[in-house]
Design a binder for this molecule. Sequence first.
Ligand code: PLP
Length: 423
Amino acid sequence: MENYKPDTLCVQAGYSPKTGEARIPPVVQSTTFVYEKTQDMADLFDLKSDGYFYTRLANPTVAAFEGKVAALEGGVCGIGCASGMSATALAVFTVAGAGDNILSSQAVYGGTYNLFSTTLPKLGIECRFFDPDAPAEEIEKLIDDKTRMIFTETVANPAIIVLDFEKINAIAKRHGVLFAVDNTLATPVLCRPKEWGANIIIHSSSKYLDGHAAALGGMIIDAGNFDFKGKARYAQFNTPDESYHGLVYADLPVAFGTKCRAQMMRDFGAILSPQNAFLAYLGCDTLALRMERHSSNAAKVAEYLSKHPKIEWILHPSLKDNKYNALAKKYLPNGQGGMMSFGIKGTVEKCARFMEALKLITQETHVADVRSCVLHPASTTHRQLSEEDLVKAGVPHNLIRLSVGIENPDDIIADLKQALEKV
Ligand code: PLP
């Protein structure tokens, strides 16, 4: 499948029925699988053969979705997780333990920021945050021999910062550190992080991959391009895992993916459910078409808002005067996705009036599905913060996050126009 283009992979990868089998992957709603020979089961437990024995570790419907996303990202293995958050957590736990540290861009999704800044330190894992726009030398200073991963987002949510892949990849390669990228808002249709050096790719499939706001899920992709052998930094990949009969992960063709599934999924059990895998698999069929439309709609909406007298500022990488326009041209040449943020001139009350006046676009905490939606962080997710703290958090009082859907762009713009008239 690897030679096919992304739009073909969206509809064809992950599941190939044999004669007489269902055309789309059946929902295998079973916790367990039956074997006649004890040895066959023993071989599965020893990872000597492929197959299914318990859905906490693998399931055929989940495998179909894993295969589809892995093919789209050009990876060697996908691991379906219960949510984007569990995907990020399991990816970190696969390489880091107490006493270790990771580096992360400070411009990451709020939930990821909380995990890294509050929960990981409680488990003895330090997270050193960096400004993704800082010069390489500054970021590099944070790396020491306990650093296990550099974590970033292709398009940061909600800051809408486009990652400078070449800069981060050069740092990761110089120090032999894993380079992980959350590719949720770009999707592999708009950007394939592996082509820019990323080793681990994370998704909240709850967003564009499913695309219909129907199924919570996450995905970890092992790009298969990191050699753990002989690296002191990754001793746990080079020394026998006694909980797996002395298996040495670095010797396997899929080192990270196997360790992640065999140890982390086994012990944390945050597997994607077969039903949600089925929904996300179906959603992915139309991913390429949807991303094209999300991107073209967003570019039109951004252009409209950028000229509106009641709009103070607007961030979307498609705009020529956007700080990340040059990076977007390089890394997201076929579209920049549907996410943007903008500021309305005036008070929090004016923002609320605008939001309530919207008729087609709904207020939601979600983003990145087929329906356009907005969120006003200062009166919802960040409402307890003072004006001063809002500025520190990078969320000015007038920031409105807009996730542009795939409706007709004229209708989206007309809705924004009539709501702005009421402000
Ligand atoms: N990563 C990004 C970029 C996100 O936007 C989100 C959720 O909004 C997550 C990860 C977390 O995903 P989930 O909500 O599926 O746990």
